[in-house]
Design a protein around this ligand. Sequence first.
Ligand SMILES: NC(=O)c1ccc[n+]([C@@H]2O[C@H](COP(=O)([O-])OP(=O)(O)OC[C@H]3O[C@@H](n4cnc5c(N)ncnc54)[C@H](O)[C@@H]3O)[C@@H](O)[C@H]2O)c1
Length: 335
Amino acid sequence: MKNNLKVANIGMKFGMSHIEGAISYGAEIAAICDCDVDNLRFAGERYSIDSQKWHTDYMDIVNDESIDIVTVAVPDQMHKKISCDLLRAGKNVLCEKPLALTRADVTEIIKAADASTGKFMVGQICRFTPAFEKAKEIIDSGAIGEIYFAESEYAHDYMDLVSTWRSDPLRHGVIGGGCHAVDLLRWLAGDPQEVFAYGMHKMLPGVEYDDATIAVMKFDDNVAGKVFVSTGCKRDYTMRTVIYGTKGTLICDNTSPAMTLFETDENGKTKEPELITVEVNNHNAAREFEVFADAVINDSPVATDAREGAKTVEVCLSIIESSKTGEPVRPDYNF
Ligand SMILES: NC(=O)c1ccc[n+]([C@@H]2O[C@H](COP(=O)([O-])OP(=O)(O)OC[C@H]3O[C@@H](n4cnc5c(N)ncnc54)[C@H](O)[C@@H]3O)[C@@H](O)[C@H]2O)c1
């Protein structure tokens, strides 16, 4: 069955990582699409895809009944339209993060996913970063006890990345890139019940939204968290993440080959730290595609389905709202 999967990929920039994911899974690339012919040709030639499979109109893919899975990597503002058209045609859709930029749009995607015979997954790729997969495994094993504080940051210099669609005020840094850190904290520590944030704006004069934001959050059960987002930072890309538990502490990020685990002995005393070696792969598109393709083949649930993607967007929108109003905001997870 694996080798029989027919895959189409829409959006030929970051979307080329989806082609690579599908190829490493052993699937057939049945169609690729980009409205920009240069980008389309570049990807088609790079992966030796027959030019008869090149399309500039994604509706060709919507209408092709032979295709099993479609990956979507177009500007965030287009996620809703393209995903909904594909879902209404019964396609299995793997769409890039963030799910969408507004509550109205995520709600529409949820409705289309609920009504579709196809499966839907939002590519919250940090859940497949080796260090973060390992962190989840360690936390779930109970090795660091109960979490009482969790922090993550998304520090990524966008100086060379700012484009028309990334400058859109709706594509605030907290939702565009910061959704990675927010989704990671939700996955590791649960859903924040209240957030409070401050915004700063010193680095990216060309964009209207803040280029740095600090948010604190209150979870259930005596647990707090923090997310820091900087899209103008002067340093290498990092998602440094620290999880504090009652019996230990984990320090990891997506760009380091080692993570640090502190555990306690039988007397509750902190032991020497253990360095755990991990592969550095902060865009593990192969694993992401594998997880979705397996869910399609086995007809099993998808962890980052439309509702899960919507909850991450809701936390991001709450952080942005708080940074503007100076008031705490309680995310509404009722989708
Ligand atoms: N998971 C990650 O870490 C990660 C990293 C980068 C980008 N992304 C996401 O991937 C998506 C794409 O980002 P990017 O960096 O490739 O953007 P980009 O602007 O570099 O490329 C987008 C591509 O989509 C094409 N496109 C636009 N509208 C289209 C349409 N209607 N039909 C077909 N093609 C269309 C453009 O021509 C372009 O080639 C975004 O949602 C972004 O947030 C995710």
